[in-house]
Design a protein around this ligand. Structure first.
Ligand code: AMP
Ligand code: MG
Length: 405
């Protein structure tokens, strides 16, 4: 059976082999809509930052050499406020009142904080504490110079980037178009969220978790409904999914059961399947293939299996299509609280609770009843990755985990 890493390599190498420059086009969006999108242009500073020498404290702009002996009384020759500088040159024995963000006047070389001063009169101030040269101010261009590359294409736009983009005058940003991801749930037992299950039925939860994962990864989910476990219904829905989408995700119907017909329908439509088993628990019957410009996944139906298979294989593919610089699954490390048995056949992903304690993450498995137990999973906040090998991971050993919140 294929190890997880090999499966991921197959997914990404298939995507690379199909890569065309015109495939996942870039689109221009308003700054406010760019959060968490993948940037498709390098962004350069349109001016020095800050654009002028500026105060970063409220207080008095002085010449440091005039306040080496304190207290010292200085004449106030002007006021520089944010948005309106003072047209003065600070000379020996002089100072200029100044506010945070205000242009720094000529002649001065430091700001003494207001807290370290005492107003003597409207035109003089007593300085109570010395200041070093360049204290309390930021020189023009100290953060970045005009023309500097400040953001690189491929980056997932984060909070601080929004501020950087605004500061440099980018009202419109070039980002990757969102891949359209068709989502089909399969199963005769499924009813939708607003329905009341009858005997033997359950509500469809996978459509909702998969769509949430698609959105989080940067794709646009397209709900294609629930297909029943018969060839006609599967054919109709899968046909639609194959024709209009960059990815098609079908959950359920890929195990060994008599009514697991999804792979058969994939084959009828000419989907080239590159793997249909992964040495991973849960998520073993994960199917990956492609047809034309559509990538196709059969995700095992158990709720946790679907989530794990998405995280390991679908998310990296979506990020690749988006031309993200970093496509790797998010994996962190923690120390185990208690020993955990390994499986030589399959890597396992087990719900766990992780917490930050004395400088590092500590992790322990959470009580749960198997891959269908969404309630147990909701009480956990991580999945421990237990490697495929003999033996046990001991208490205190490092283990990798996927954060789930
Ligand atoms: P399957 O992969 O179709 O054999 O399904 C495995 C298990 O997952 C069964 O217990 C199904 O009832 C359950 N299951 C399949 N699809 C869904 C779904 N969309 N929502 C919730 N549970 C599901
Ligand atoms: Mg089924």
């Amino acid at each position: 059976m294929l190890p997880i890493e090999r499966g991921l390599e197959i997914v990404l190498s298939t995507a690379k082999s199909k890569e065309r420059t015109d495939w996942m086009s870039a689109e221009s969006v308003a700054l406010l809509d760019s959060m968490h999108r993948i940037l498709r242009e390098d962004v350069f500073c349109d001016a020095d930052s800050p654009p002028f020498d500026k105060a970063i404290r409220d207080g008095f702009a002085v010449r440091a050499q005039d306040v080496t002996q304190v207290p010292a009384v200085l004449t106030i020759i002007g006021e520089s406020r944010a948005g309106a500088g003072a047209d003065v040159v600070v000379g020996e024995g002089q100072s200029c009142e100044i506010m945070t963000g205000a242009p720094f006047p000529q002649g001065a070389n430091a700001v003494v904080m207001i807290e370290n001063t005492e107003r003597v009169s409207s035109s003089s101030v007593r300085i109570l504490k010395s200041a070093r040269e360049n204290e309390g101010l930021l020189r023009r261009g100290a953060e970045a110079r005009k023309g500097d590359k400040i953001l690189q294409a491929g980056r997932c736009i984060a909070l601080a980037d929004i501020g950087v983009l605004a500061s440099t005058g980018k009202a419109k940003i070039l980002v990757s178009r969102k891949p359209r991801v068709g989502v089909i749930a399969t199963g005769d037992e499924l009813v939708d969220v607003h329905e009341t299950p009858q005997a033997g039925q359950i509500r469809n939860s996978n459509t909702y978790t998969v769509c949430a994962q698609v959105k989080e990864a940067g794709g646009e989910p397209v709900l294609l409904g629930m297909a029943r476990d018969n060839l006609d219904d599967l054919r109709e829905k899968i046909k639609r999914g194959l024709n209009e989408h960059d990815l098609l995700l079908v959950s359920g119907g890929v195990s060994m059961g008599k009514y697991d017909l999804v792979e058969k329908v994939f084959a009828e439509f000419g989907v080239e399947v590159l793997f249909d088993k992964i040495a991973m628990k849960p998520g073993k019957p994960t199917v990956f293939g492609h047809r034309g410009n559509t990538y196709v996944f059969g995700l095992p139906g158990n709720p946790l299996s679907t989530m794990v298979a998405f995280h390991m294989f679908v998310r990296p593919l979506i990020l690749f299509l988006l031309k993200a610089a970093d496509t790797a699954p998010k994996i962190l490390e923690a120390k185990l609280d208690a020993p955990t048995k390994c499986d030589p056949e399959r890597a396992a992903l087990v719900p766990a609770t992780v917490r930050f304690e004395s400088g590092g993450y500590r992790i322990r498995t959470a009580p749960w009843k198997g891959s269908s137990d969404l309630v147990g999973l909701a009480r956990a906040n991580a999945l421990i990755m237990i490697p495929r090998r003999e033996g046990v991971l001991e208490a205190g050993d490092s283990a990798q985990f996927l954060p789930m919140e």
